[in-house]
Design a protein around this ligand. Sequence first.
Ligand code: FAD
Length: 470
Amino acid sequence: MSDKKEKAVIVGGGLVGALEACFLAKRGVEVHLYEYRDDIRNMEHVAGKSINLSLSVRGRAALAHLGLDLHLTQDYGIPMRARMIHPIQGHTYAVPYGKEDQCIYSVGRRYLNELLLDAGEKFPNLHYHFNYKLTYLDVESGEMVFQSHDVEHKIQSDMVLGCDGAFSNVRKALMRKTRFDFSQEYIPHAYLELCIPPTQGGEFAMPPNYLHIWPRGNFMMIALPNQDKSFTVTLFMPFETFDAITDDTSLLDFFLANFPDSIPLIGQARLIEDYFNIKPSPLVSIKCSPYNYQDKVLILGDAAHAMVPFYGQGMNCGMEDVLILDQYLDKYPQSRLKAFEEYSRTRNIDAKAMCDLAMYNYIEMRDLVAKPSFWIRKRLDSFLHWLMPTSWVPLYTSVTFSRMRYHQCIANRNWQDQTLSGLASVFLCLSGGSVVALCVLSAFVRNPHWLERLQWLREPLAVFPQRVLR
Ligand code: FAD
């Protein structure tokens, strides 16, 4: 890189774009961030994805770089130490996430985004452009067209960072280059957000320090606490199940049959109003490769790896992207090309692994979590982790409470599964052998003449050791 001050354009001012802007500005780069929406700090209502999110170690590590971690975890975020399972029968029980001091934090999406935009404003070399939608990018020349209030603006940059989410226009421009791999998968399930308001006394209607889950096999509902003492409730179900609920009666019947304890919490009237006011949103998983075009264009966050939200890692992974890119820019101060290439190569393996893990966790959350085998495995994992804290790290712990590379989290789990099934086979052989020995013994006790019938074995048994030793 030359001594000339570097310039970068960031497309998208969501959680990842706003964070990346701060990181680059901190490096001294002249940054221009273009965001399709208005400045959310001035908006009354922000439409879009989930209202709150779970923040864990990877996101926190990136936020710590800007000194925002402690405020989010100690002053603002609501710690969630365990899953609270709501069976249909109504007796709730908790399944801890990890050790006693380990928790994830419920944070408001809007609050976090605003916090990052405010943090960026402190850098004189970071400039925001709201209401600018990228409509065209030529990845080779870096020429872009942004639409703003019906006016087209042509801009050129040697460094473009695409943080424009799952339906990224920057990624679409990369796709026009050869040897760009892309796959996407819509799962058959959609989500819809409801709300459990605070009680009349202004308190949380359920214990707040939990992520509440109503697992129902093929569908589920979850609830995360908000700072105003409400809960955001998210219903995840196949589209057909949503479609089958057509009026107030079918909605209430469905909730009575599946989530009876939630009706008084949400309130019957509010449930009906909210449910029919919002359309279920689809969920998509996207993988692609590579993430860069030479040293000119790079995609981060959902633009590079949108994932289904069941591990609570989409944002955390996107924020970790920013941190890892920063480390590669440090590693190759003279070559942005090397930094981009190595980032893309290494991060791709991990982001794809995380997309797979997120798919797996949907089955765990909606179904396995309610099964005794899940409980037994969790207990066993916790015990082994306590016994061997560094060598036996359970899958959830490695993904959520550590910065182990995502693909290693999977390899680690496979190794643990193999070890446990090996031990189980040995145990079964030993117990099988003991059963056979017990049968022989009891047969002998009941009928000692059996031994006489085995006289023919006496000679070979006596001769065998001598032969072997010879
Ligand atoms: P986005 O948040 O999509 O931001 C992209 C930005 O780019 C937007 O501001 C958009 O307006 C802008 N933009 C788009 N196109 C253009 C354009 N052409 N020009 C200019 N600007 C553009 N993750 C977690 O870690 N924990 C959770 O608990 C969690 N829960 C979730 C729950 C749900 C229901 C969903 C759907 C997702 C959840 N996620 C969670 C995932 C998380 O929301 C995403 O991974 C995260 O928002 C990605 O951030 P991003 O900045 O990459 O993309």
